[in-house]
Design a protein around this ligand. Sequence first.
Ligand SMILES: CC(C)(COP(=O)(O)OP(=O)(O)OC[C@H]1O[C@@H](n2cnc3c(N)ncnc32)[C@H](O)[C@@H]1OP(=O)(O)O)[C@@H](O)C(=O)NCCC(=O)NCCS
Length: 390
Amino acid sequence: MGSEERVVRRFRAEDEGFVAGLRRQCFSASINFDLWLAHGHVLERAGQPVAAMLARPAGQWFGGRPVPGVAISSVMVDLAHRSAGVMGYLLESVLADHARSGAAVATLVPTALAPYRRAGFEVGGHRYRFVAPPAALRTGSEIDSVRWFETADVDALAEVYEEFARRSNGLIVRSAGWWQGHILPSVRSGDAFAVVAVRDGAVTGYAMWDQPSAPRGELTFRHRVRAREIVWTSRSSANALLRALARAGSPGEDLTWFGSPCDGLSMFFDVPPTVDWAYPWMLRIIDYPAALTARGYPPDVTVELVLAVRRTAPGRALRLTVSDGRCRAEWTTEAPEAAVTERGFAALYTGRLSAAEAQVLGELHTERAGTLDRIGTVFACGTPWMFDHF
Ligand SMILES: CC(C)(COP(=O)(O)OP(=O)(O)OC[C@H]1O[C@@H](n2cnc3c(N)ncnc32)[C@H](O)[C@@H]1OP(=O)(O)O)[C@@H](O)C(=O)NCCC(=O)NCCS
């Protein structure tokens, strides 16, 4: 396919029929017209639209700080035009655009890994779903009060989410548009329930859940209480939200929630919660100095590193100066002490891959003693995960 044939442009109102058809073809799903008008992109080949995708500004929290980014979703190539590099071209063009507007990383939830690996993405973390019997919940005596979510709580939700995200890795940086367009519609429509935990008049956390009926095909009125988000800022708010969820639906139903293997919720149950589902998300770094400068680092680490990134222009390396939890990063022509592949760097950056594991896999190479340990201490952090499906 000659590059002169391809044009990537913003979605226009007249693309609705084409994109609606692609959505049916690829995902058996309908189109949210306003979302596409705001964030849709279309690739034309010889004047005809053949592919489309969404790219929404949404970064991620790493090391306690927000990294600006773009969330990619609904990547679709018409069946007759697949396996010809169309997706790679569309993605590259849209990511370059977002990098120019300040995005440092790109994130997506893949259906297949190979085409995204080819485009420089690597698995950055997972969504984990835990399951536990509510009867095994042992909340302590210190419990905040719980009430139904009200529209006026929106800002308080964003505040407690941000506090929660600072102590996690990988959570989406949610703009007001993300809350309004992605998180709250299911609560407004009644598809999801939401409560807030309150202490001394202040919101200390919230939980959102839905209740699919008969999850195992039972011919009874049973549900599964499926928490989409449990966000808490203290032990007493976690106690309150878990107790509310354990009492939701009818007594004795299954309770599931999306969470982190490093979070504290397992400590509230007498039987071990298990992971019954996990699914990867992928990350690509689209602006290295910006991504490295934006994230946070362990506060007690003081390290200087010069790292080459394989797949960036030859002869360029990154100088990292890490101290007081922050990093200065710039391109340099100095000789690197280690080389990291682009995909290896993405997985190191999120904390999904350790430096030692990257070296064994051949994604990182250094011959200098001590360099591996120094890289390891810089990127050490909790298991990366997220709530959002997009
Ligand atoms: C995934 C998709 C966007 C790829 O588009 P494309 O233009 O064909 O992608 P490229 O030509 O850049 O890469 C094709 C490669 O994708 C991979 N791939 C495509 N479909 C795949 C599948 N079903 N399973 C595994 N790998 C697949 C293969 O590695 C393929 O390489 P090959 O042709 O050498 O075998 C396209 O198949 C599609 O629209 N699928 C349906 C919707 C979807 O799943 N979108 C992804 C949402 S995250």
